[in-house]
Design a protein around this ligand. Structure first.
Ligand code: AHG
Ligand code: MN
Ligand code: MN
Length: 335
């Protein structure tokens, strides 16, 4: 019989490689896995019960909150609080950081930034959506209440990052800075099982992913790069193929496995891009780099940006190393 490694076994095996580990971080990851399973359950039955559609409220960015957004946010926060290993959360769905003031949480070492439900416009139409998370060690002293400074750390200080994709199957993909591993949910036993060990992204692929409806509003370098993708050239296997789902997690995940580049440039309506640094770009960037790819705002490494606010947006280009490098070349040449 093939040996199956569950997420929990994997976490414990990893912990054994860190002699000073106390188990707190492992427990945190375990609770993230539980939250993912709870959200997955609701995503799967979304068509059956009254959880589809809008909640009738707006989030801090003025976007309609879908009911599943609210459910995912509440579920994740409750699970993190219950873990006792997290002292606060910055979420797309909350204006301010949520700090846990209980005695156990004050002693916790970690904070989390998260997009509880990514790709919400795809909920109602049965298209893949996701959850994104990012883990940092707190800056404020253990024993106190978390502060804003704990959340405004550059992405290179992440201790772990990951995403869950609720797709044709549900997967949890994460990194602790030692490669990327993917786990597929086996619903018959209710466990995430290691299915994609040590994921490496091809350096060159054939997919470009961008909302081309915004073409006229893109910077010149991006427009030229899109034309480059569409040109015929046998040697470089162009034209490339265009794929865009509209859920960052799903678009990134496909490109990670198959080889491709994802772009969300600045536009008139979103002059600094649309995607959020703390809970979309940083975690995805950490995974991209750990899989051998790149993530940039067009000039700088995403992971080196110093955040100023928790909902800050940045232009985002990520994926296969050579393809993302090429985009940067175009951005530089056609400023
Ligand atoms: P969210 O659902 O968390 O607000 O994120 C949506 C994001 C991201 O998932 C996706 O890449 C992007 O918005 C799509 O934006 P456009 O519809 O402008 O292409
Ligand atoms: Mn999102
Ligand atoms: Mn979201």
């Amino acid at each position: 019989m093939n040996k199956v490694t569950t997420l929990n076994q994997f976490i414990i095996e990893q912990q054994a490689n860190v002699p000073q580990a106390t188990g707190g971080f492992s427990s945190l990851l375990h609770h993230i896995g539980i939250a993912a399973k709870k959200i997955n359950r609701e995503v799967n039955k979304a068509g059956l019960v009254d959880i589809l559609g809008r909640a009738g409220t707006e989030n801090v960015q003025g976007e309609d909150q879908q009911k599943l957004d609210v459910y995912a946010n509440e579920t994740f926060i409750a699970e993190l609080k219950a873990s006792g290993e997290c002292c606060g959360v910055a979420s797309e769905e909350n204006q301010d950081v949520v700090v846990f003031e209980g005695e156990m949480s004050r002693d916790a070492k970690y904070i989390i930034c998260m997009d509880p439900l990514d790709g919400s416009s795809n909920i109602d139409v049965n298209v893949s959506i996701g959850t994104i998370f990012s883990v940092y060690r707190r800056k404020s002293p253990v024993g106190s209440v978390a502060t804003l400074e704990d959340f405004l750390q550059p992405g290179c200080d992440q201790v772990a990052a990951g995403y869950v994709i609720y797709g044709s199957s549900t997967m949890l993909v994460y990194t602790t800075g030692n490669g990327v591993n993917g786990f597929t949910l086996d619903t018959s036993i209710g466990e995430f099982c290691l299915s994609h060990p040590n994921v490496k992204s091809p350096a060159q692929g054939k997919i470009y992913s961008i909302n081309e409806g915004n073409y006229e509003k893109f910077p010149a370098g991006v427009k030229k790069y899109i034309k480059y993708c569409q040109e015929e050239d046998k040697e470089t296997k162009r034209p490339y193929t265009s794929r865009y789902i509209g859920s960052l997690v799903a678009d990134f995940h496909r490109n990670l496995l198959k080889g491709g580049v994802f772009m969300y440039p600045p536009t008139n309506s979103h002059p600094t891009g649309k995607l959020r640094l703390l809970y979309e770009c940083n975690p995805i960037a950490f995974i991209a780099e750990q899989a051998g790819g790149l993530a940039t705002d067009g000039g700088k490494r995403i992971l080196e940006i110093r955040p100023e606010t928790i909902h800050q947006r940045v232009p985002f280009y990520t994926g296969a190393k050579d393809m993302t490098g090429k985009v940067m070349e175009f951005l530089k040449t056609f400023e």
